[in-house]
Ligand binder design. Structure first.
Ligand code: NAP
Length: 247
């Protein structure tokens, strides 16, 4: 077990993943974009759970930031064993016909380019043929990749579908290098991301339509992510795991 680097680790699903991973013994490098206070608070909670932690500012859609993020994570906490590619954005809900090119571009820059850059750096850091120790990469996709998110954000849905495909392809590239690659598709999880789509209560409002009748918690998503990081999932690679309450 090495260090785990979590993009967008300061709040929501990323924060819950950092805290649970810390409980299981992983030192955690917590990336964030704007909110240094939230990242520092997550790092303090990780330390309270007995694991080492560092925070790293950086925009995943900027190549130089991503390269620097991987270097700092390893300089501060030692060799990487896991990478959780979690940072992602949505934009206000609307139909495709009303979306600007700028908005669509931004969603794809962060969710697709950002994830691919982080996955590339993870491959470089973890692959045994490049001097790494092997490890596990978890991509945080979305059930939107399967549902399409009509009338809300088909741009976001498509960006997440790219991550499902990346998990399948990269798992095949890196299997012989001792690196497992999987994706988790959360459903309606109660975090701050819904405020960015224009409806902070979205998860709770739509929750009754899910088979389990409620929104999920960030901690419940973290359980799946940390399982995929761990040796308990040693024969799981190229998989896409729904954490959706049946949605
Ligand atoms: P969240 O509460 O909005 O947190 C997003 C995190 O990502 C924050 O730490 C944020 O940092 C960071 N971030 C955003 N843009 C970034 C960038 N360009 N570079 C680096 N960090 C960036 O979101 P969440 O609900 O936990 O979602 C986490 C992931 O799960 C996302 O990929 C999301 O698409 C996916 N997901 C969420 C749900 C859900 O219902 N919540 C469902 C399906 C999938 P700052 O605060 O510093 O900007």
């Amino acid at each position: 077990m090495g260090t785990v680097l979590i993009t967008g680790g300061s709040r929501g699903i990323g924060r819950a993943t950092a805290l649970l991973a810390a409980q299981r013994g992983w030192p955690a490098a917590i990336n964030y974009r704007h909110d240094a206070l939230a990242a520092a608070d997550t790092a303090a909670e990780v330390k309270r759970r007995g694991a080492r932690a560092t925070t790293i500012q950086g925009d995943v859609s900027v190549e130089a930031d991503v390269v620097a993020m991987f270097a700092k994570a390893q300089a501060d906490l030692g060799r990487l064993g896991g990478v959780v590619i979690n940072a992602g954005i949505v934009a206000p809900a609307m139909r495709l016909a009303d979306m600007s090119a700028e908005r669509i571009g931004k969603v794809f820059q962060v969710n697709v380019l950002g994830a691919y850059l982080c996955a590339r750096e993870a491959a470089r850091a973890l692959a045994r043929s490049r001097g790494g120790n092997g490890g596990s990469v978890v991509l945080v996709s979305s059930v939107a990749a399967r549902l399409g998110a009509p009338g809300e954000y088909v741009d976001y849905a498509g960006s997440k579908a790219a991550l499902d495909t990346l998990a399948i392809g990269l798992a095949k590239e890196l299997g012989a290098d001792g690196v497992r690659v999987n994706a988790v598709r959360p459903g309606l999880i109660d975090t701050q991301i819904h405020a960015d789509s224009g409806d902070p209560d979205r998860a709770r409002k739509l929750a009754s339509a899910t088979p389990l009748g409620r929104a999920g918690k960030a901690e419940e998503t973290a359980e799946a992510i940390v399982w995929l990081l761990s040796d308990a999932a040693s024969y799981v690679t190229g998989s896409v795991l729904d954490v959706t309450g049946g949605r």
